[in-house]
Design a protein around this ligand. Structure first.
Ligand code: NAD
Length: 375
C-alpha cells in the first residue's frame, strides 16, 4: 500500500498535506510513503526530514507510480495525474462546487476523489475536519494581519506621555474562525464585540469576555441550519441587522468578518456607506473574500483603501501560517485514514453505508456519486 504526498501546484499554496510526524505514523500502520521533491519547502519542511521519517523522496512521476492513495492540500490538476493507478484515492480539499469540471475529470481518470471539506460535522469526525483546523488559524492570523496594518496599538497603555485607548475590535461571524479572532484580539488587549445569526453563539461570545451584539427585535429567528451551519436570513432580519451594524461599526477601529453560508456566496455584511462611517485609519479584514466577500469593495489578494479605511483581503490565510497549518492539515488526513484502517487488508476501507463515506466521496468507479453534486 503506497501513499503519495503531492507537491502543491496552485498559485500561492504554501501548505503540504503530510508532515514527517504523519509519514512516520503511516509507515507504522504498514504503508509505504513517497513524497514529491520539495513538497514541504514552503512549509519549512525539508526533503531530508521526510526521508528521515522513512519516506522516499522523488519527482512526480515516481511519486505517483503505483500509488494507492494521493494526498493533497488542494486538488491537483487532472493533467498532472496522468499515469495514476485506476481506483487510487485522492484525499484533499477539492473545492467541489468551485472546481466542478475537475471532479468530472477525476472520475474520467478512474480516481476515487474524497473531498475533505465535505467532512460531516459529527463528533467522530471532529479530528478529521480541515475546515475547523484551518479556520482556527485563519481567525488568529486575521487579527495579527489587522494589527500589522493598523497604525495604532491594540491595548490600552498608560504612559508618562499620556494614555492610549484600547482598540475596538468587532468580529462578524462567530464560527471557528470568529471565536479564535475574539480570543486573539482579547489577548492583545482590545475591547471586543461580536455578532452572528446563530443565537447559540451569544453565550460563546460572552464566555470569551466579549460583548454580544445581536438583533433582538426580529422574532422567530434562529439562524442555525443543518450541521451547525448558518442559513440564509429573511429580508426583515437582514434590514434589522444592517441597522444595528451601522450604528455599531462607526465606533469600531478593527472589523474582522468571517461569515459563510455553505454552498452559497458569502453574505454581504458591510456596505460602502458603513465603511465611510468609520474613522480613517481603521482596518477591516474580510476572511470570506475568496467566497465572494462580506465587505463591499474587498478584493481577493489585495489590501485596498476606501474612505481612509484599509480593507485586507488576503487569499489563503491559513497558508500564511504554512508550518502550523500543514501540521494540523496533515493530522486531519492521518486521523481520517487511520480511523478506517483495515489491518487485514493493510489499507483503509470506507464502508458504503458510513456517514463519512457518503459525505466526502465525490467519485467512484468512473462516475460522480456525491448527492450534493448530483442534486
Ligand atoms: P462557517 O465558516 O460556515 O461560518 C462562519 C460563521 O458565520 C458562522 O458562525 C455563521 O453562523 C456566521 N454567519 C453566517 N451568515 C451570517 C450573517 N449574515 N451575519 C453574521 N454571521 C453570519 O462556520 P464554522 O466556523 O464552520 O462553524 C459553524 C458551527 O459549526 C460552529 O458552531 C462550530 O462550532 C460548529 N462546528 C462543529 C464541528 C464538529 O462538530 N465536527 C466542526 C466544525 C464546526
Amino acid at each position: 500500500m503506497k501513499i503519495a504526498v503531492l507537491k502543491e501546484t496552485a498559485a500561492g499554496e504554501t501548505r503540504v498535506s503530510a508532515s514527517p510526524e504523519t509519514v512516520k505514523k503511516f509507515i507504522a500502520l504498514g504503508a509505504a510513503v513517497a513524497v514529491e521533491t520539495d513538497a514541504g519547502a514552503t512549509a519549512s519542511i525539508a526533503d531530508a526530514a521526510y526521508a528521515d521519517a522513512g519516506a522516499t523522496v522523488g519527482p512526480r512521476g515516481a511519486t505517483l507510480a503505483d500509488a494507492d492513495i494521493l494526498l493533497g492540500v488542494q486538488g491537483p490538476t487532472p493533467d498532472s495525474l496522468k499515469g495514476v493507478k485506476p481506483g487510487a484515492w485522492l484525499v484533499a480539499g477539492l473545492n467541489p462546487f468551485g472546481e466542478r469540471a475537475r471532479v468530472d475529470a477525476y472520475a474520467a481518470l478512474g480516481v476515487d476523489a474524497l473531498a475533505m471539506e465535505f467532512m460531516p460535522r459529527i463528533t467522530r469526525a471532529q479530528s478529521m475536519d480541515i475546515l475547523s483546523s484551518q479556520s482556527n488559524l485563519a481567525g488568529y492570523k486575521a487579527v495579527i494581519d489587522a494589527a500589522g496594518v493598523y497604525g495604532r496599538a491594540f491595548p490600552m497603555m498608560m504612559t508618562a506621555a499620556g494614555t492610549i485607548s484600547a482598540a475596538r475590535v468587532f468580529v462578524m461571524g462567530v464560527g471557528v474562525a470568529g471565536l479564535q479572532a475574539i480570543a486573539t484580539a482579547r489577548r492583545l488587549g482590545a475591547q471586543v464585540s461580536a455578532t452572528d445569526v446563530r443565537s447559540a453563539t451569544k453565550e460563546q461570545i460572552e464566555s470569551l469576555g466579549a460583548k454580544a451584539i445581536f438583533v433582538e427585535a426580529v422574532k422567530g429567528i434562529e439562524g442555525e441550519g443543518s450541521g451547525g451551519y448558518a442559513t440564509e436570513m429573511s429580508d426583515e432580519y437582514k434590514a434589522a441587522q444592517a441597522e444595528l451594524v451601522s450604528s455599531h461599526i462607526a465606533k469600531q477601529d478593527i472589523v474582522i468578518t468571517t461569515a459563510l453560508i455553505p454552498g452559497r456566496a458569502a453574505p454581504r455584511l458591510i456596505s460602502d456607506a458603513q465603511i465611510a462611517s468609520m474613522r480613517p485609519g481603521s482596518v477591516i479584514v474580510d476572511l470570506a473574500v475568496e467566497q465572494g466577500g462580506n465587505v463591499e469593495g474587498a478584493v481577493a489578494g489585495e489590501i485596498v483603501e476606501k474612505h481612509g479605511v484599509r480593507i485586507v483581503g488576503h487569499r489563503n490565510v491559513p497558508g500564511r501560517l504554512a508550518a502550523d497549518a500543514s501540521a494540523l492539515f496533515a493530522r486531519n488526513l492521518y486521523n481520517f485514514l487511520s480511523a478506517f484502517w483495515d489491518k487485514e487488508q493493510g489499507r483503509p476501507v470506507l464502508p458504503d453505508d458510513d456517514e463519512i463515506t457518503q459525505a466526502i466521496r465525490l467519485t467512484q468507479g468512473g462516475k460522480v456519486v456525491n448527492t450534493r453534486l448530483l442534486g
